[in-house]
Design a protein around this ligand. Structure first.
Ligand SMILES: *[C@@H]1O[C@H](CO)[C@@H](O)[C@H](O)[C@H]1NC(C)=O
Ligand SMILES: *[C@@H]1O[C@H](CO)[C@@H](O)[C@H](O)[C@H]1NC(C)=O
Ligand SMILES: *[C@@H]1O[C@H](CO)[C@@H](O)[C@H](O)[C@H]1NC(C)=O
Ligand SMILES: *[C@@H]1O[C@H](CO)[C@@H](O)[C@H](O)[C@H]1NC(C)=O
Ligand SMILES: *[C@@H]1O[C@H](CO)[C@@H](O)[C@H](O)[C@H]1NC(C)=O
Ligand SMILES: *[C@@H]1O[C@H](CO)[C@@H](O)[C@H](O)[C@H]1NC(C)=O
Ligand SMILES: *[C@@H]1O[C@H](CO)[C@@H](O)[C@H](O)[C@H]1NC(C)=O
Ligand SMILES: *[C@@H]1O[C@H](CO)[C@@H](O)[C@H](O)[C@H]1NC(C)=O
Length: 401
């Protein structure tokens, strides 16, 4: 039975390929599933192209052997599209050479994402293409459930690289309930006043590498949400935006812990926050631990180092109760640059679960010229130590020079 069905798949594949090759009378590489051979075109509507993309994916996903799902050069209007796996054959390589343009109307979307990969294993998505979320209308609206441009959901073993993302309605990329994911060599950009346009958001996922990303947005360049474990962030150039954030945490009940986050070799420029951990007031119990920020340059940043356990954007909080998210084993190591407000180092932890084992080592921040005369540190409910160079003067002891 298994053999028979596998032969059937191969035959189906072969026949559809023969049909395509005959139709084109072109000796294309036979394992390329080009969306334009499935009625996608630069003149077609977003809906027609969505269907063509889904059809091409389904055909490729059934094929045994190595296949490529290809979007050639050109500009394609594209509505919501879901790439569902696991594939019965090998997962097609996804190659995007063209520009994908989303409908600007937020009502065109009902699912969380514009482009979603669900339960796909061994995903490779790359190319010199552009993913344009057309978020201009969405940013001005207060509705929730705006579309994420690219969502990896339940993906195991995936890599997204070399693409350009711009103007998403909501997050540019979200990695959720996924494992072993690399996101690398991307350029992500949206205007500095565009709301909720986080560059990359990770939640409920483990073993994620975010590397060599250039991100400028109106929100967090990177945000690490509940349930993120074993996450490495390196070579990120962030700004403008709200910096690199762990959180926000504790908005909902029963959030999973955050652990083992390593941020290293990043540059953050002209942002409101630099390196931040944020939890909501009144948040239910959970933990975030073993978080290291290392070798980071912060230039012209308003709050370069900040732990904020009463995070309340736009003043929409219903409580002033302390957060119950416990933060421990938090390391800031070799962080240098300039602050454009006095509050260069802010460690404001929860009075019910004080931060434990916060270590600051070799912190060398100075006032951003002409913006502020002096910088300082503010601590509350935090236990830990400082080592090496400390500028501003630390508010945390003991000081080991
Ligand atoms: C698919 O590609 C991989 C690596 O490129 C290669 O090792 C493998 O043999 C290929 N499989 C088939 C069926 O062509
Ligand atoms: C990456 O993008 C550049 C242009 O931005 C292109 O020249 C190169 O071929 C792409 N590489 C891959 C692996 O897609
Ligand atoms: C990133 O994309 C933006 C807008 O598309 C562009 O202005 C910028 O030059 C790009 N940066 C890099 C490093 O490719
Ligand atoms: C995280 O990494 C540690 C050390 O490599 C490993 O023991 C643990 O299983 C990983 N956790 C998850 C959830 O992958
Ligand atoms: C640090 O990040 C930059 C990109 O911002 C990259 O060019 C450089 O190779 C990285 N250095 C190391 C040691 O990884
Ligand atoms: C802390 O996280 C790092 C990765 O950032 C990992 O290598 C290390 O094993 C973790 N430490 C513990 C005690 O789990
Ligand atoms: C510093 O950052 C502020 C925004 O916080 C910006 O308005 C200003 O232009 C930046 N200055 C320089 C010299 O980059
Ligand atoms: C700068 O801040 C330090 C404390 O951080 C304070 O002792 C000093 O008086 C301040 N200097 C000015 C000029 O405000």
């Amino acid at each position: 039975m298994i053999v028979a069905s596998s032969i059937l798949f191969r035959l189906t594949c072969l026949f559809s390929l023969i049909a395509l090759i005959t139709a084109q009378t072109v000796a294309d590489s036979s394992d390329v599933f080009d969306v334009t051979k499935y009625s996608a075109s630069c003149d077609a509507t977003a809906d027609v192209n969505s269907k063509a993309f889904a059809d091409a994916w389904q055909a490729a996903c059934k094929c045994a052997g190595n296949t490529t799902f290809l979007v050639p050069e050109g500009t394609f209007q594209l509505g919501p599209v879901k790439f569902v796996g696991p594939c019965t054959g090998a997962t097609p390589k996804v190659q995007i050479l063209g520009t994908l343009v989303a409908p600007s109307d937020v009502k065109a979307f009902t699912d969380p994402a514009w482009i979603e990969f669900d339960s796909v294993h061994e995903l490779v998505m790359e190319g010199s293409g552009v993913i344009d979320g057309q978020g201009q209308e969405a940013w001005g609206q207060d509705c929730k459930d705006k579309a994420i441009s690219l969502r990896l959901f339940r993906v195991i073993n995936g890599k997204v690289s070399n693409l350009t993302f711009t103007k998403s309605k909501f997050f540019h990329i979200a990695v959720h309930k996924s494992q072993m994911i690399t996101v690398e060599n991307l350029n992500i950009s949206a205007p500095c006043d565009s709301k909720n346009t986080d560059g990359v958001h990770v939640s409920g996922s483990s073993d994620v590498i975010l590397n060599a990303l250039t991100i400028g947005t109106g929100d967090d360049c990177i945000s690490i949400g509940p349930g993120s474990v074993n996450i490495t962030i390196s070579g990120v150039k962030c700004g403008p935006g709200h910096g690199i954030s762990i959180g926000s945490l504790g908005k909902y009940k029963d959030e999973e812990n955050v652990a083992n986050i390593h941020v290293k070799n990043c540059t953050v420029t002209g942002t409101s926050n630099g390196l931040r951990i944020k939890t909501w007031p009144g948040s239910p119990p959970s933990e975030a631990f073993n978080i290291t920020f290392e070798d980071v340059a912060l230039n012209n940043v308003s709050y370069p180092i900040i732990i904020d356990q009463s995070y309340c954007p736009h003043g929409h909080c219903t409580t002033t109760e302390p957060s119950q998210v416990k933060l421990r084993d938090i390391f800031f190591n070799h962080i240098h640059g300039t602050s454009n407000t006095e509050a260069a180092v802010t460690l404001q932890c929860s009075e019910v679960v004080p931060c434990q084992n916060v270590k600051l080592q070799d912190i060398n921040l100075s006032p951003f010229p002409s913006f502020c005369p002096n910088i300082s540190s503010i601590c509350s409910h935090v236990l830990g130590a400082v080592l090496g160079i400390q500028s501003p003067d630390p508010c945390l002891g003991p000081h080991v020079p």
